[in-house]
Design a protein around this ligand. Structure first.
Ligand SMILES: [Fe+2]
Ligand SMILES: [Fe+2]
Length: 314
């Protein structure tokens, strides 16, 4: 027989206690980022789509993207944590196991934000000046939390599943990756496994109380949220490619600069949107809660974001 939600929350609590870590003593351990190593693997950065870059430039390309990768998590965890705290209210006088599990979830996301602020500070000491990540987490949270819980939980599950997929499928296996970067994403992954389970439990609980009309509106809100994520990654890809070109130590003509920017954008869309949307578990969860017509609307919105054909060879 399938486990009940309470039993699944109880397992999340047990796993959360088992894998618990601290930022300084477990993850950072007095280390600095080594700029002779990559900060993100090629499978995520799509550097192979830029054959004209030298090996040193490819490594630097991964460092710029790795810096943004850490900052993006710090950004989204602000609204994820607020939503988890808001949902925990529904359990205040009900399932105390669910309440405890969600409180731990929230505590972990606060710690993750502190970790990613620490990572940005350490990376900023190792890389040239001029990098910008100017998104205000509270402003972004204000926009996201204006949508229904159904839409926010769908977006959150997608994020917490791609976090795990990136670690398991590429970060874990890349021998040229910075040891510190790998540890940051490894420790983060260990706690995200429980978060994705809780996202889904809460999404299904919210879904069960949603009318067909409410769900149809929520699908539209999810599409708007994906559009908001795409606006952020499009602007960040433009900013990061300008920074890369200005600081990588040689001149790029207009065509080469355009290729850098297009690859960066394709990589960010892959990292932050498409790898989550295509995640089998996300697809199955979404399929179980939506109609064919609703999924058709979501797929139509995503189809405009697919990496450009010239990059598919990567
Ligand atoms: Fe996190
Ligand atoms: Fe999380």
């Amino acid at each position: 027989m399938d486990a009940t939600p309470t039993e699944r929350f109880a397992r999340c609590i047990a796993a959360s206690k088992r894998v618990r870590w601290e930022v300084e003593t477990d993850v950072i351990r007095g280390r600095r980022f080594d700029v002779t190593t990559k900060f993100l693997p090629d499978g995520l950065t799509l550097t192979t789509a830029l054959p004209s870059l030298t090996p040193d430039e490819k490594r630097y390309f991964s460092q710029v993207q790795g810096r943004t990768y850490a900052n993006m998590f710090g950004l989204v965890e602000r609204f994820i944590n607020a939503k988890v705290l808001e949902l925990s209210r529904d359990h205040w006088f009900g399932d105390q196991t669910a309440l405890e599990a969600l409180i731990r979830f929230s505590d972990e996301e606060l710690k993750h934000q502190a970790l990613f602020r620490r990572v940005e500070k350490l990376i900023s000491e190792a890389m040239p000046t001029g990098y910008s990540f100017s998104w205000n987490p509270n402003d972004v949270a204000g926009v996201v939390l204006g949508k229904s819980s159904w839409a926010v939980l769908a977006l959150t599950l997608h994020i917490e599943l791609f976090t795990q997929a990136h670690y398991r499928e590429s970060i874990r296996h890349d021998a040229e990756l910075s040891e510190l970067a790998r540890d940051v994403f490894r420790f983060h992954w260990r706690e995200e496994c429980q978060h994705a389970i809780m996202d889904e439990l809460e999404w299904r609980r919210v879904d069960a109380a949603t009318t067909p009309q409410g769900r149809d509106a929520a699908v539209e809100e999810l599409i708007e949220l994906v559009g908001a994520v795409d606006s952020i990654v499009t602007a960040q890809a433009a900013s990061d490619s300008r920074y890369f070109i200005a600081t990588c130590g040689r001149r790029f003509d207009a065509a080469a600069a355009e290729a850098v920017q297009q690859t960066m954008l394709a990589a960010y869309r892959l990292q932050y949107i498409l790898s989550g949307a295509r995640h089998p578990h996300f697809a199955a969860s979404l399929a179980s809660m939506t109609t064919d017509a609703q999924r058709g609307r979501i797929h139509a919105a995503l189809s405009g974001l697919a990496p450009m054909p010239m990059l598919n060879a990567a």
